[in-house]
Design a protein around this ligand. Structure first.
Ligand SMILES: Nc1ncnc2c1ncn2[C@@H]1O[C@H](COP(=O)(O)OP(=O)(O)OP(=O)(O)O)[C@@H](O)[C@H]1O
Ligand SMILES: [Mg+2]
Length: 412
């Protein structure tokens, strides 16, 4: 076995990778949770003709001079396959526990199940298949859509999966294990948009958000430090991490519709890493409200024609064959990090109840919010560990015979 090979010895369990706009999750088939979650971000530092790439949660915390931050996955879609493969190589290498090995030597002897969004350009899948077989020497691969695997995670084959992560929100009807592609309703309003709105509210309030690389702290005294060569994109990346943490810690969706003129809600505070405090009042609730009321967005942003989550669920189900609508209404499954707001399920249920026909009963299933973010990964882990699944892999022989386009014909 070569130096960079991942091998489980007798254990040939598959690896599962879920590529999201915010996070890429890696782990072993059969496990409940991913082993590794890293940001979907690559730092690129150029010097002459050479570019050094930086990937990984801890590696990106160090502010390298002139390092630009790129996000190769936006709105759920891989835009830069080469950069995403940097993230995969790094993540797969970390699964072996060898952090600093030469990534060019990496070979993977496990089958890999790749989870992608419902809309994945065929050229992207084709390039990924080539990387998996030709660069990683992987024995077999499978592609599954995140909404389908998220449905498996709840031990269901039929349901309306409402995915809302960082880059997109989509209502995806699943029937007997298959996504009904023609009935998907989607919107770009998800976690990144909410983080952006919160960021501008904090700006309006003149909150001084200092990321830890911007100051020295001794006891309670904080001194700003100016590091030369820090790029705007790096600064924006670190700032967004802070704003996300504020959002996840003290924001929620309101029980009932709200806007900036609604009565004030009790404020909540968040302790920033430099020891100062930021306090949010009604904004705590009005910012995430955009999921339920996208018209709140500035019309100039061009996003206000997008549907609200409740409208997406109802119109997706209403467009499906009548014979399955009842089942879909009773199996609404919110997944993805942006459904983890504490009141999300309650609000979604009440909004759908006011919209749908009274003949249908609604059941929005409520899992532990922490599990919603990784539901797609967990479902992939379950799927790939099923006894009958081994017949479904795309193996090297098929790849060599049919070429990289086979990934689009074999996996719908
Ligand atoms: N507890 C929480 N409350 C509110 N938002 C949360 C919470 N936890 C995570 N999020 C948000 O969820 C988003 C990340 O979700 P997730 O990991 O499902 O996205 P992703 O899979 O990387 O992206 P996508 O599937 O949209 O391409 C981020 O915007 C994050 O801030
Ligand atoms: Mg996702």
């Amino acid at each position: 076995m070569s130096a960079g090979q991942i091998s489980g010895g007798d254990d040939i369990s598959a690896l599962v990778i879920d590529t999201g706009s915010r996070n890429v999750r890696f782990g072993f088939s059969g496990n409940d949770t991913p082993t590794l979650t890293i940001p979907s971000v690559v730092g690129a530092q150029s010097s002459g003709t050479e570019t050094s790439n930086f990937v990984g949660d801890t590696e990106l915390l160090y502010p390298h001079k002139h390092m630009d931050i790129e996000r190769p996955v936006t709105n759920g879609v891989i835009q830069n396959v080469e950069k995403v493969c940097e993230i995969y190589s790094y993540g797969l290498n970390r699964l072996t526990g060898r952090r600093n090995a030469d990534l060019s030597e990496l070979r993977v002897s496990h089958p890999i199940l790749m989870i992608d969004p419902i809309v994945c350009p065929s050229a992207v899948r084709a390039e990924l298949v080539e990387y998996l077989f030709e660069t990683l020497d992987c024995p077999a691969v499978y592609f599954a859509h995140s909404a389908v695997t998220a449905c498996y995670a709840s031990a269901r084959y039929t349901g309306l999966v409402l995915e809302s992560g960082a880059g997109y929100t989509a209502a995806v009807p699943i029937h007997e294990g298959y996504a009904l592609h023609n009935h998907v309703v989607s919107s770009p309003i998800a976690g990144d948009v909410i983080t952006g709105i919160l960021d501008s509210k904090l700006n309006d309030k003149h909150v001084d958000l200092l990321s830890p690389y911007q100051y020295f702290k001794r006891g309670s005294s904080v001194t700003h430090r100016h590091l030369p060569g820090i790029t705007d994109s790096y600064h924006a990346f670190r700032r967004a991490m802070l704003v996300e943490d504020i959002k996840e810690s003290i924001c929620d969706v309101p029980d009932v519709p709200m806007d900036d003129s609604t009565d004030p809600t009790p404020p909540e505070s968040y302790s920033l890493p430099d020891g100062s405090t930021v306090t949010l009042g009604t904004e705590r609730l009005t910012v995430p409200e955009v999921l339920f009321n996208p018209t709140m967005l500035d019309t100039t942003a061009g996003r206000n024609n997008n549907p609200a989550v409740q409208g997406m669920v109802v119109s997706s189900i209403a467009s499906c064959d009548e014979s399955i609508q009842r089942d879909l209404f009773q199996n609404i499954l919110p997944v993805g990090g942006s459904t983890a707001f504490p009141q999300f399920v309650r609000r979604l249920t009440s909004e759908i109840d006011t919209m749908k026909l009274p003949v249908f009963k609604t059941k929005v299933h409520s899992y532990n919010p922490a599990e919603r973010g990784q539901a797609a990964w967990t479902g992939g882990s379950i799927l790939s560990s099923l006894g009958t699944f081994h017949q479904l892999w795309l193996d090297r022989a098929e790849f060599l015979e049919h070429g990289k386009g086979v990934a689009n014909t074999k996996f719908l």
